[in-house]
Design a protein around this ligand. Structure first.
Ligand code: PBG
Length: 332
């Protein structure tokens, strides 16, 4: 059948009918709100490149978590800025580390709120890489790379210490080969066989993480992350990454960033049946905020459209710095 019998506008005529035929609906239950926790006291400081996102010291954290819980957002993702850093990221797996302490507090305040712990070392290492490195200096310039297998042990210790502190979900973002298997084994050996792994399976070496690295003070001090994070040009490689994670025991898969990678989200959704997470990253947030602050775009409409696009592409869950705003807007 074609025009004039077929008229697509019939199903667009009123808000009522548009609502009835809507294919994708955002739900606050699918959001995860990231939080940056820092050492010290009395700290609530806005991150320069991320207006509306703050560093919180532990004594200032409660009000933020109250707000997230009151909005009905089911989960937070914790990132920590430690007081001290060293070559192996010791403060990342210390039982009294900043993420571990924040986890204990949040679980005490809100036992039902899910705490997702980002398992990586870049916030805790003095070189800013996601694992252990070997380096050499040529003409005063540091060169080096991350050592894969030795890093797995440190990452596993980090995950276990996060689970011990009460983290509900372990989200490893380090992109070492074999990290899901290593962490799964470590969790199981320590009595945490019930704790799921949300794997950052498909994580690209993206310029969109720029504002996060200011927020988490985690920029690499030499080189870049291209030897472990994926080349933005690759899609088939994303399938191989997700495949390994499934075989190694991942419970959820993730694609990160989201906006420039909606085709990747769709492909992973079509090929795997695990729950799929899209990470709407810092640079995606900052671009929208900057334009909104200039009055150039309608922030609410743009954000809801972007998040709907991620869900339409196949994401079940969205990690976004807009979670609180979106939850508020969805309430109307
Ligand atoms: C840690 C990590 C990063 C992000 C999440 N976990 C940064 C990176 O890989 O450099 C980025 C999040 C964002 O940009 O919002 N490895």
């Amino acid at each position: 059948m074609s025009f004039p019998i077929t008229r697509h506008r019939r199903l667009r005529g009123t808000a009522g009918i548009r609502g009835m035929v809507r294919e994708t609906v955002l739900n606050t239950l699918d959001f995860i709100q990231p939080i940056f926790v820092t050492y010290g006291t009395g700290v609530k400081s806005e991150i320069g490149s991320m207006p509306g996102v703050y560093h919180f010291s532990l004594d200032m954290l409660k009000a933020e978590v109250d707000e997230i819980a009151a909005l009905g957002i089911p989960a937070v993702l914790l990132f920590g800025i430690p007081e001290t850093k060293d070559a192996i990221g010791t403060s990342g797996f210390a039982d009294d580390g900043i993420v571990q302490e924040a986890t204990r507090l949040i679980k005490q305040w809100y036992p039902e709120l899910l705490v997702v712990a980002d398992t990586c070392l870049c916030e805790f290492t003095d070189h800013g890489h996601c694992g252990m490195v070997h380096t050499h200096v040529v003409d005063g310039v540091v060169h080096g790379d991350v050592i894969n297998d030795a890093s797995l042990e440190l990452l596993t210790r980090t995950a276990v210490s996060q689970a011990k502190a009460g983290a509900d979900i372990i989200a490893p973002s380090n992109m070492m080969d074999g990290f899901v298997q290593a962490i799964r084994t470590g969790l199981d050996e320590n009595g945490f066989e019930h704790v799921p792994i949300m794997s950052y399976s498909v994580k690209y070496a993206s310029a969109f993480y720029g504002p996060f690295r200011e927020a988490a003070d985690s920029a690499p001090q030499f080189g870049n992350r291209k030897t472990y994070q994926m080349d933005p040009a690759n899609l088939r490689e994303a399938i191989r990454e997700a495949d390994s994670d499934v075989l190694e025991g991942a419970d959820m898969l993730m694609v990160k960033p989201a906006l420039a990678y909606l085709d990747v989200i769709r492909t992973i959704r079509d090929q795997f049946d695990l729950p799929l997470v899209a990470y709407n990253v810092s640079g995606e947030y900052s671009m929208v905020k900057a334009a909104a602050l200039q009055g150039w775009i309608d922030e609410q409409a743009v954000v809801l459209e972007m998040l709907t696009g991620m869900k339409r592409a196949g994401a079940d869950i969205i990690i976004t710095y807009f979670a609180k705003d979106a939850a508020r807007w969805l309430r109307g």
